[in-house]
Design a protein around this ligand. Structure first.
Ligand SMILES: [Zn+2]
Length: 503
């Protein structure tokens, strides 16, 4: 522990920037215990977005260097080499060489080498005493081959992944280490809290499932339905609060159509796919930051390595892949100044199908082989949709934390002319009496806690979306547990939004 602290101090103390956070120290301790004490040579380290992957990797490399060990850091694409090297430099890590054709930093004598798996496959592995593989869930064939090679048997390999749930990962790695969960990172203010609303439901019953996920061509046809796209625009206008938004679409035609419909509706929107040149991509980011565009429609290309300031995610891409789902939602969970939480508009039923991203916890790697069903199973119950506002409530929560609606046990099914009709679109609005009661109770809290005038009205507006204009402004009533807990949850959310930005 002491040399760990020393390493942390060396890493950050001298420059006075930051020290390792408790879960980062825990990650390193758990690795040391697995590799050093248990002698495990193939370890998977799960680090959710926001856990500070670069900081942890830099600390691991620093400690290996102190023992005189050579380290190879493997990235998943050539395009990720430069940003990885820059990130390490920003962490105060030097002595880095790059293995890549004609790269200005190519220098095989350096003790730390960064290379893409594609380049290694062509040029072979350099000598290394520790190998760290980024985005390790993607399971590149070449790396799997190397890891099984007796020549590399004694060298520890550490896989890094935010989503280590790929089929067969447990046949390559011996141990999974989870130093911190997504929920813990949210609770500690390192990730943004989120709210999910279930939007119009696509009928996916006719879509074929291929290799564990929906057939893309068939999905494109379903999701291009004009009614569904109209609902994307209408839902965003209602719940998106004009926030900077990423919209995940199925394919190019779909993404371009959604973009076109946003523009037609007077919402400036951009479009990005994996072939969009970097310059154009950067320009779109600048426009989004400047508020010149509000929505960026994309096809499966913002799931990795992009940290834009986003306050709303539109899921118009149904998936059965937990990894893709978490990567999409993860783009909205970075902590950004001025964005208190992330609103997720799920037009793909992903949340209803797989649960909240924070519930996707697995304590083991999947050891299924090709052709076999995934052995990783979820334990948590699924969230439920509030019939009033479509907010997705945690399992077993009866009263809607978003609108306060309490479903009547039998209200989801109504009998009409002897026929059973499912009511999913009904909107039992709060009555004027309900609203007046809320306002009076908020007034009580405001007076008793000495809040500024206007506090109660602001809270009321947060709650009901309108100002309490027609209500009795002087009414005061002892607050109910419902109102107290709502006010408390707003205060917690606000306090979390005030914490310093996560790295
Ligand atoms: Zn509700």
């Amino acid at each position: 522990m002491t040399d760990l602290v020393a390493a942390a101090e060396q890493l950050h103390g001298a420059s006075g920037r930051k020290t390792l956070r408790p879960h980062q120290v825990r990650a390193i301790e758990m690795l040391r215990s697995a590799i050093g004490k248990e002698g495990v040579k193939r370890v998977m380290l799960m680090l959710a977005t926001g856990a500070g992957k670069t900081v942890i990797a830099a600390a691991i490399i620093r400690m290996a260097r102190e023992k005189g060990n050579r380290v190879l850091f493997v990235v998943d694409a050539i395009s990720l080499v430069d940003q990885t090297v820059k990130a390490f430099y920003d962490e105060g890590l030097h002595g880095i060489g790059v293995i890549q054709g004609n790269h200005p930093m190519e220098d095989w004598s350096k003790p730390v080498q960064v290379a893409s798996v594609q380049t290694l496959e062509r040029r072979g592995m350099p000598k290394a005493d520790l190998v760290i593989i980024d985005e390790a869930h993607s399971q590149r064939e070449y790396m799997i081959k190397i890891m099984a090679d007796p020549e590399w048997a004694k060298v520890p390999f550490i896989g890094l992944s935010a989503t280590p749930w790929a089929k067969g990962l447990g046949n390559v790695y011996q141990k999974l280490i989870v130093p911190v969960t997504m929920q813990e990172l949210i609770d500690q203010g390192y990730l943004c809290p989120f709210r999910v609303f279930a939007a119009d439901h696509p009928d996916l019953s006719g879509v074929k499932i291929e290799r564990g996920d929906y057939h893309e061509g068939q999905l494109g046809k379903v999701m291009n339905d004009s009614g569904l796209i109209a609902d994307i625009i209408a839902t965003w206008k209602r719940l998106g609060q004009n926030r900077p938004t990423l919209c995940f679409c199925v394919d190019r035609a779909h993404a371009k159509e959604v973009q076109r419909r946003f523009e037609m509706a007077g919402v400036p929107a951009g479009y990005i796919d994996k072939d969009t040149p970097r310059e154009e991509r950067n320009a779109i980011r600048r426009q989004l930051d400047a508020g010149e565009i509000r929505v960026v429609c994309n096809v499966n290309c913002l799931t990795k390595g992009v940290d834009w300031a986003i306050g709303c995610i539109i899921l118009a891409r149904p998936t059965r892949s937990e990894m893709l789902y978490v990567q999409m939602v993860g783009r909205g969970l970075r902590v950004n100044e001025g964005i208190p939480d992330c609103v997720i508009l799920d037009h793909a039923d992903n949340t209803l199908r797989m649960g909240f991203v924070t519930d996707l916890q697995h304590d083991k790697l999947c050891t299924a082989v090709k052709g076999e069903r995934s052995k990783v199973e979820r334990k948590e119950a699924l969230p439920k949709e509030c019939p009033s506002c479509k907010y997705l409530k945690a399992p077993k929560v009866r009263e809607c934390p978003s609108c306060g609606f309490i479903p009547n046990i039998r209200s989801d099914i109504e009998e009409e002319d002897g026929e059973l009709i499912e009511v999913t679109r009904g909107k039992p609005k709060p009555t004027m009496a309900d609203k007046q009661r809320w306002y009076a109770e908020l007034n009580w809290i405001s007076i008793n806690r000495g809040y500024k005038s206007g506090w109660a009205s602001n809270q009321y507006r947060e709650k009901f979306g309108v100002w309490p204009n027609s209500l009795d402004k002087r009414a005061v009533a002892q607050p109910s547990p419902e109102v107290l807990s709502w006010v408390r949850s707003r205060a917690i959310r606000y306090a979390k939004s005030q914490k310093p930005r996560a790295a």
